[in-house]
Design a protein around this ligand. Structure first.
Ligand code: G4P
Length: 526
């Protein structure tokens, strides 16, 4: 197969949801339909259960699982599909945001009883920023939930995206029969009782045929025909272009647990989801079809074994062909590196590969060379954009708790920050180090990992802080004035950029009003 065909057949996407909406179950069912696994239950959930906030063994166990399920590749209808897993736990939201920089499209899972939930809103914001094409799967129709039209309005209003149903549920709750496939204009009913495998299906092409009554009864048949008519009247015709621009989300209904509606989603997905798109770099846009290889690190995973503190860096291939044992430029470090054992992920199996194409994700063995956002190229100075840090929500001073282990602490903190576990700021005034996270859990994880992987001990001290904002201005005079007046609240992030640490919403507002020539940004990329 030629280079261009390899790119055109790749579909790299992420499944995101609010915890418990059914992301893991859907992923598993997609792998089942794709033939990548044969029995459900093979893919373990990477979520950290709510009860496990202080159970570190559980966290470690889950980290192990999430390496295995970071990327799940499989072949379906001639396409090479790469599913990128995202942590469900909201304390790891930043990890999910970064993973979204490596996908070409996204499937959002929504619980039909709950509608759009807070975590989904945040994730959608990232998709909107990047104009990522989005499909929606409304799950758990086998339970009594909200009315489907109400759910569509809810998505449109909350996620601020136009919607178009491409499948439609036949009843819900205990009388849920399955879904009508609007995209392919046919009815597919699964008869099997076994939810762990894919059962035989009955196919009905003509919805007006009286056969419909035989399958689902006259009451549901009438409702289905009426509702389909209403959909045609209310919603515009589906256009792939609008979806690809990120302006319209096709919506599918179903029950991942019962295999209802999943194949409809998958078949449409392989048909319309985008192949790898150009990626923005500071210097220029990089087209996947360019001959020269380029890629960036979007995730780093540390080994859980303290005796082998090596890591896996996950690289998204952006252009050209990546080849094993070939020298590539590590742009930030300015040195050439080659990789003898790059791995690819097929379902839950890992294997060493000789080459990889745009859209693929490879894992490379790293002994501490990489940070998130690093670029590899064939020599060109490229810096990929779009891996922002977001203002953390929680802050604490971090102090050394064992004077003999100062070096270990510094190294541990440095490496954990490279992995993107949290953000570290250094107060310019007093030099104190501040850790910023999106959730409480990270503080516990950092403390635990520093001790177990680096032999270092840290303690935290609480700090009154609301937000970290990256500041930018052309007005040097005002900047100097700002620096003078706010000297106690200015810090440096790990890239040496200046950050204003606002201790309350009020002080932030005052600063914004008083220093109106200064831009205050809540993400590090602007
Ligand atoms: P997540 O990854 O988005 O967090 O969700 P996950 O797939 O783990 O699903 C969360 C819970 O919802 C699971 O139940 C799962 O079995 C259930 N679920 C998923 N899809 C459906 C569906 O279509 N219908 C119904 N009724 N339930 C569904 P659990 O009891 O929390 O976990 P488990 O012990 O069953 O694994």
């Amino acid at each position: 197969m030629g280079f261009n065909e390899e790119i055109l057949r790749r579909r790299t996407f992420g499944i995101v949801s609010h915890p418990d909406a059914g992301k893991t179950t859907l992923t598993e069912k997609l792998l089942l339909f794709g033939g990548a696994i044969h029995v459900a239950g093979a893919v373990k959930s990477n979520k950290i259960k709510k009860t496990a906030t202080s159970d570190f063994m559980e966290i470690e166990r889950q980290r192990g699982i999430s390496v295995a399920t970071s990327v799940m590749g499989f072949e379906y209808q001639g396409r090479k599909i790469n599913i990128l897993d995202t942590p469900g736990h909201q304390d790891f939201a930043e990890d999910t945001f970064r993973t979204l920089t490596a996908v070409d499209s996204v499937i959002i899972v929504i619980d039909s009883a709950k509608g759009v939930e807070p975590q989904t809103l945040k994730l959608m914001e990232v998709c909107r920023m990047r104009k990522t094409p989005v499909m929606v799967f409304i799950n758990k129709l086998d339970r009594s939930g909200k009315d489907p039209f109400e759910l569509l309005d809810n998505i449109e209003n909350e996620l601020k995206i136009h919607v178009r149903p491409l499948s439609w549920p036949i009843s819900n709750g205990p009388t849920f029969k399955g879904v009508y496939n609007i995209y392919e204009e046919k009815l597919n009913l699964f008869s099997g009782e076994d939810k762990q495998t894919i059962a035989e299906s009955i196919e009905l092409k003509d919805i007006s045929s009286p056969e419909l009554e035989d399958y689902i009864g006259s009451k549901f048949a009438k409702t289905l025909r009426d509702e389909l008519e209403l959909i045609t009247e209310v919603y515009p015709k589906f256009e792939v272009e609008t979806y690809l621009k990120g302006d319209l989300a096709p919506v599918f209904f179903g029950s991942a647990l019962n295999n209802f509606g999943v194949q409809e989603l998958l078949n449409c997905f392989v048909d319309i989801a985008p192949y790898p798109r150009p990626v923005h770099a500071e210097e220029r846009d990089i087209d996947p079809f360019e001959n020269k290889f380029s890629g960036f690190v979007f995730k780093i995973h540390a080994n859980m074994d303290p005796n082998h503190r090596d890591r896996i860096a996950f690289v998204k291939i952006c252009s050209g062909t990546f080849k094993r044992n070939t020298n590539y430029l590590h742009v930030r470090a300015g040195k050439n590196l080659k990789f003898p054992t790059p791995t690819a992920f097929m379902a839950e199996k890992k294997s060493i590969i000789d080459e990889a194409f745009p859209g693929d994700i490879i894992g490379i063995h790293d002994t501490g060379n990489f940070k998130i956002g690093d670029t590899l190229s064939e020599g060109e100075q490229i810096h990929f954009k779009g891996i922002p840090s977001f203002s953390p929500e929680m802050f604490r001073y971090v102090e050394n708790a064992d004077p003999m282990k100062y070096k270990q602490l510094a190294k541990g903190l440095d490496q954990l920050m490279d992995e993107g576990v949290a953000q570290l700021f250094t107060n310019k005034f007093n030099g104190r180090k501040i850790i910023g996270t999106v959730g409480q859990l990270q503080f516990d994880v950092i403390q635990f990992r520093l001790e177990h992987e680096y032999g270092a001990k840290c303690k935290y001290e609480s700090i009154q802080m609301h937000k970290a904002c990256w500041i930018k201005t052309k007005d040097k005079e005002q900047l100097e004035d700002f620096r003078k007046r706010k000297f106690a609240n200015i810090a440096i992030d790990k890239h040496g950029r200046e950050v204003f640490l606002a201790d309350s919403p009020y002080s932030l507002q005052m600063a914004q009003e008083k220093f109106n020539k200064i831009e205050f940004h809540f993400t590090s990329e602007f």
